[in-house]
Ligand binder design. Structure first.
Ligand code: ATP
Ligand code: MN
Length: 442
């Protein structure tokens, strides 16, 4: 048996998307391709709601006007079948968009099996687990579709922002030979005769590039092998990072807040429809973003009955509470105690705190950064202070022996930012194919 795929009607050249183009085609013939959102066959008339990336349009086939084969084909359709329709665009008093298409030919490209394991029209009431199991259908729901279009816009705004400012996009490896931060848990893998790890951060590689290219950015996956239970934590994360030479922590914080404000503006401007579908409106980020010190944050929480001592990290609940106490959609926490940040964070003159910062957006940490130590002897000292063996970090330290400007950088979690911009409670909603303690498929 041979299967021949013929696509007479759907040839790319002839196809019109259901976007604004359709209104311009009034009284003209168009070829549309998409998914059957709904189909209704009544006595004298059949309706087909056709959906593509631009939206939904009504295809109306009155018995008196549409060819018999077309009526028969529409009668055979089910939800999520993929079809091509050729027809004339006319004005309509009842259709949602004020226009409808009267078909003169229809071609079925792919039939969907019935019943569907998930109805993309009503996922609001479906368990997240079921939606993740049937992501392929869930992506077609208004909600998920909107979330990932917004995510795509976030990425676009990141790349545009930094390309326009002449940062170089770099491609660090994900398979690494040793831990970049020490301490935190890593996934290990067999790499021929050796043992290797999945990177928990592109730290060393970003720094090596920054001390040669000056200003770099990257988007890449990283891995954290902890048994997280929170709705804010995944085991595979996408990070948007920059690293910059001749820049202090304060300078890259300024870049970070400018990017965040720009990103929020860009999503508001370009994704209005998507935000509306999610019942979300974005407040602009006002610059400069408020800065509070770590110790101020601890005091604020203590005064409000939280159990926290200087030297402890904030729980996610405390982070949220702090945000409501600060009363801003975005703020920085600066001057962290050295114990709470990685060995490569540049110490402050007080000998206690370091040049590290966290950015909290809508009540959740979305980014962390530091000025890095670019002085080999200071790195060795800090490694020892953290009970790490400098011998294990030889290639890292050596990278700074041949001309290394001072430099700083940060990292934004893409899923955390998407989650907060789209107003989701669970990071998995904002992750195309989440990897967590229990899930590695699809
Ligand atoms: P947290 O304290 O919230 O667990 P972290 O301080 O360990 O995060 P960093 O090492 O600072 O995380 O990573 C930079 C950014 O990457 C974070 O600000 C966050 O946006 C994102 N990120 C880190 N770990 C995770 C995770 N497990 N799941 C989702 N996003 C993460
Ligand atoms: Mn952090």
């Amino acid at each position: 048996m041979s299967i021949v795929a013929e696509h007479g009607l759907s040839s790319r050249l002839k196809r019109t998307h259901l976007t604004s183009q359709l209104g311009e085609s009034l009284n003209n013939e168009v070829v549309l391709a998409g998914w059957v959102h709904d189909v209704r066959v009544l006595g004298g008339i059949s309706f087909l709601l056709l959906r593509d990336m631009g939206g939904i349009v009504q295809v109306t086939a009155p018995k008196t006007k549409a060819p018999a084969e077309v009526l028969k084909e529409i009668g055979s359709l089910h939800q999520e079948d993929v079809v091509c329709v050729r027809g004339t665009v006319v004005t309509s008093k009842i259709a949602r968009r004020g226009i409808e298409v009267i078909p003169n030919a229809i071609e079925v490209v792919s039939r969907a099996e019935t019943p569907l394991p998930l109805d993309p029209r009503g996922v609001q009431n479906t368990l997240l687990e079921t939606r993740l199991n049937w992501r392929v259908l869930d992506f077609r729901s208004e909600e998920s579709n909107a979330i990932f279009k917004i995510q795509s816009r976030i990425l676009q705004s990141f790349r545009e922002f930094f390309s326009q400012r002449h940062y170089v996009e770099i491609q660090p490896p994900v398979i690494i030979a040793s831990a970049s931060e020490g301490g935190a848990e890593l996934f290990s893998l067999k790499y021929f005769e050796k043992e290797a790890y999945l990177a928990q951060s592109p730290q060393l590689y970003k720094q090596m590039c920054a001390i040669s290219f000056e200003k770099v950015f990257t988007v890449l996956p990283i891995f954290r092998a902890e048994k997280f239970e929170q709705p804010t934590h995944l085991n595979e994360i996408r990070q948007m990072d920059i690293e910059e030479s001749f820049a202090t922590d304060a300078e890259v914080m300024k870049v970070l807040e400018e990017f965040l404000a720009d990103c929020v503006k860009s999503v508001s401007e370009h994704c209005g429809e998507d935000l509306k579908r999610l019942g979300q409106s974005l407040e602009p980020v006002h610059l400069p973003v408020t800065r509070i010190s770590y110790s101020q944050a601890v005091e604020m929480l203590q005064k409000n009955g939280e159990e926290i001592e200087y030297g402890m990290d904030f729980s996610k609940t405390q982070e949220k509470k702090l945000a409501s106490l600060v009363g801003k959609n975005a703020f920085f926490m600066v001057d962290w105690p050295m114990e709470l940040k990685a060995f490569y964070a540049m110490p402050n003159a007080d000998g206690k705190t370091c040049r590290a910062f966290d950015l909290i957006y809508n009540g959740l940490e979305i980014s962390s950064g530091t000025q890095r130590i670019h002085i080999p002897n200071l790195l060795i000292e800090r490694l020892k202070a953290k009970d790490l063996n400098p011998d294990n970090f030889k290639s890292y330290i050596d990278a700074f022996r041949y001309g290394a400007p001072y430099h700083s950088g940060w990292s934004i979690g893409l899923e955390r930012l998407t989650m907060k911009m789209t107003g989701r409670e669970n990071i998995r909603d904002a992750t195309m194919f989440p990897r967590d303690r229990n899930r590695i498929t699809p």
